[in-house]
Design a protein. Structure first.
Ligand SMILES: Cc1cc2nc3c(=O)[nH]c(=O)nc-3n(C[C@H](O)[C@H](O)[C@H](O)COP(=O)(O)OP(=O)(O)OC[C@H]3O[C@@H](n4cnc5c(N)ncnc54)[C@H](O)[C@@H]3O)c2cc1C
Length: 393
């Protein structure tokens, strides 16, 4: 099929099948369908949209067909994304099993793991969380201490993870564990998949400044994990960990790719109004214009870089650039929205502010430049791997 025809058919299919309410901007947690063993749909439209995409193999359109993906070529997938964006369609399914674990399994998983877990991912049957950070291992991730002892047919896992997003909702966790305490710390790490229902796994929510508890401490107390849940080679999980992080950073950096966000200038007009075709607030006017230009340039640069890589491949160190700039840009956006809202921006509860939507998002964005690796760490990676600057050590 020609790309022109593919665009026409995609446009028509999306228009005919995506319910109007699924074309609205994402505003809250359950505006996304996360899947899981006990899936919860926030509305009938969300269910319809997911099921229609599932029937067309378009929950993950760029994955291979044998795992339930749509098998789209890179060019077709680009068109699909453009048409989704044009109509403002939300993703039918959002899950770390797709955005983070999936690419790692496609590259490093064995056939049994791919066939089992990727198929479940495209069908939205499992909710995944990420077990990387520990109390003593954040930026210095290779310092993880959660131990997995080889017990013959299984590993015995003991230790603690922290900041595990949605661990209290998740069915499975992809986890970095220490399988060798000797030598270089990067050389004793393995990548394990653990069922959150396994005996000995427990979670404890952590409350954030925004009043929400999106993440948890996760504890492993003598958890038996079958050997078949090891991805790749024992003690060589660091390579997988880093590869997965490039996909996580790409996902975090391209905030706003999922569904249509209300453009900043539209919110600005709504909040302060216009006079003679210009935004009324003459101090914030150039700030909104500057931000909008930077955002456009950022999106164009991201799109160009995605064009340069093969379908499903990672941006490598460049993901740090997009993670750094995209998250700083998102923080700036909410600083501006708070200024544009004036006194009302601080409202925390009530119908008028949709229960403090802007204030809570403003606080939430502060975490954008921490999660998935801090901005300082991204700058270190950019300095070393993109600019080729010498290390101080
Ligand atoms: C909202 C949110 C969700 C998260 N979700 C998850 C999750 O699902 N799973 C998971 O495993 N983790 C998760 N994290 C954890 C996240 O990956 C870590 O917080 C992050 O990597 C930073 O580690 P840390 O908090 O230990 O800070 P630290 O590493 O202690 O850093 C403290 C400060 O020191 C700076 N710093 C440290 N080292 C350097 C250096 N070499 N050069 C320059 N500056 C440095 C940092 O930039 C930072 O400002 C999440 C975090 C947040 C905020």
């Amino acid at each position: 099929m020609s790309l022109e025809l593919f665009r026409k058919e995609t446009r028509e299919w999306l228009d005919a099948n995506c319910p109007q309410s699924m074309r609205q901007p994402i505003k809250k947690f359950d505006d996304r369908f996360w899947g899981g063993r006990n899936p919860k749909f926030a509305s009938e439209d969300q269910k319809i949209w997911f099921e229609r995409c599932l029937a067309k193999n378009w929950t993950v359109p760029y994955w291979p067909k044998e795992y339930g993906g749509g098998g789209l070529s890179k060019e077709e997938y680009k068109i699909y994304k453009e048409e989704m964006k044009r109509l403002g369609c939300r993703l039918p399914l959002f899950n770390f099993g797709i955005s983070m674990l999936g690419p790692a399994l496609l590259k490093f998983g064995n056939e049994a793991q791919k066939s089992h877990f990727l198929t479940k991912a495209t069908r939205g049957e499992l909710w995944w969380c990420q077990g990387y950070s520990e109390p003593g291992a954040g930026s210095d991730l290779a310092n993880i201490q959660t131990k997995a002892e080889d017990m013959g047919d299984h590993y015995l896992v003991n230790g603690q993870k922290v900041w595990t997003s949605y661990a209290d909702h998740a069915d499975w966790i992809f986890c970095l564990v220490r399988t060798n305490a000797e030598g270089r710390k990067q050389s004793g790490i393995s990548f394990l998949l653990i069922d959150m229902n396994a005996e000995g796994v427990s979670t404890q929510p952590i409350r954030l400044i925004s009043g929400k508890s999106p993440f948890c401490e996760t504890f492993f107390d003598n958890v038996k994990v079958p050997k078949e849940n090891l991805v790749g080679v024992e003690n060589q999980g660091w390579t997988i960990a880093k590869y997965l992080l490039t996909h996580e950073r790409e996902m975090i950096g391209s905030l706003g790719e999922d569904g249509q966000k209300v453009p900043l200038h539209k919110s600005a007009i709504e909040y302060v109004g216009t006079e003679n075709g210009k935004l009324k607030d003459s101090i914030l006017r150039p700030e909104v214009a500057r931000w909008s230009m930077n955002d456009t340039i950022f999106k164009m640069t991201l799109s160009r870089s995605m064009d340069e890589i093969k379908s499903g491949q990672s941006l490598g160190a460049k993901s740090s650039f997009f993670k750094y700039y995209g998250t700083e840009l998102n923080k700036e956006k909410y600083e501006l929205l708070m200024s544009l809202k004036g006194m009302e921006g601080g409202e925390w509860e009530g119908e008028n502010s949709n229960d403090g939507e802007i204030a809570r998002m403003f606080l939430r964005t502060k975490a954008n430049s921490i999660e998935g690796g801090t901005s300082e760490v991204q700058l270190n990676i950019i300095a070393k791997h993109i600019l080729g600057l010498p290390s101080i050590r």
